[in-house]
Design a protein around this ligand. Structure first.
Ligand code: CO
Ligand code: CO
Length: 307
């Protein structure tokens, strides 16, 4: 499984009690610190295994490095990646480097999962609650910092969120009978939510933006007109399938199509299970985990934004 509904990773059943979870992701630099960048790239790569309910086993680095970048910088990126993969329970077992004009780094990650515990991005049902496990807004913070509109200290705070693993959120999915899950990355909260809605059938994901955890500075950045290379495309991809309540500000709405790097999980599950899942995540140190919305029946898949 994997190709039909844009799942986060491919899953191959090997035995009745064992399946492989396979994925690849590479990203361009998020900030100047090479060690932190390595960690973010690896956390982002292993996230697609966690969001399927799996646990990482091996990672193979993919490095696209410009020739003029000093060797010690590359070594720091790789060290950050290796440390983060180990924290996730896996091991870097190799890699490949090519020269490229723009630096890119990430890994192909292989994990395992019990076939009965695979969680896909399809399966959300009307009546489900929606949980988000990390704050959003990192895309415009990265852009704002690049453009000199934002203090680096804000980006370093965001980096703590981007380096955080989705391990707890992912491995607990099956325990709380999650119906569907995906990680929030390049398409943003609304974009990945829309993928979930399309994969699940005729449902709308209703999100209450006053509840969505976010970096306060990200709203300032959007108000100042800061965007990213993906912002316009992400909004366009939602097309007519997006309904915005009049009370929602343009900044709040814009935040939902801000591309995320190593974002949290978006999970659909029964409301009582959602409360228990959030409580458990908070106990485990995932403080941002919040119920942000609900799944409602609709004629076509969609996203509805309310205050
Ligand atoms: Co993903
Ligand atoms: Co991915």
């Amino acid at each position: 499984m994997g190709l039909e509904t844009s799942d986060d990773a491919g899953v191959v059943k090997l035995r009745d009690d064992l399946a492989l979870v396979v994925t690849v992701d590479i990203i361009t630099p998020v900030l100047d610190d090479p060690y932190i960048f390595g960690q973010i790239a690896a956390a982002n790569s292993v996230s697609d295994v966690f969001s399927m309910g799996g646990t990482p086993v091996t990672a193979v680095n993919i490095c696209c490095f410009p020739g003029e970048i000093p060797k010690d910088v590359l070594a720091e990126i790789l060290r950050g990646g290796r440390d983060k993969v180990r924290e996730a329970g896996g091991e870097v077992v190799g890699g490949h480097t090519v020269k490229d004009e723009e630096l890119k780094f990430g890994c192909s990650v292989t994990g395992t999962v019990h076939p009965d515990r695979v969680i896909r991005n399809r399966g959300a049902k009307p009546g489900d609650a929606l949980v988000l496990t990390k704050p959003i807004g990192t895309g415009v913070l990265i852009s704002g910092c690049r453009k000199g509109k934002l203090d680096t200290s804000v980006l370093l705070r965001a980096a703590e969120v981007m380096t955080a693993l989705n391990d707890k959120a992912g491995t607990l999915l099956a325990d709380f009978d999650a119906h569907a899950a995906t990680d929030v990355t390049g398409f943003g909260l609304a974009g990945h939510g829309f993928e979930m809605a399309k994969a699940s059938g005729d449902i709308t994901l209703r999100m209450f933006l006053s509840r969505v955890p976010h970096f306060p500075e990200s709203l300032d950045m959007i108000a100042q007109g800061i965007g990213t290379s993906m912002t316009k495309g992400n909004r366009a991809a939602l097309g007519e399938n997006l309904a915005i309540d009049p009370g929602v500000t343009p900044e709040q709405a814009g935040l939902t199509w801000d591309p995320q790097t190593s974002g949290g999980l978006l999970v659909a599950l029964e409301p009582d299970k959602a409360e228990a899942y959030v409580a458990r995540l908070k106990d485990e140190g995932v403080g941002a985990a919040t119920i942000i919305g609900e799944v409602v029946r609709s004629d076509a898949p969609g996203i509805e934004l309310r205050l």
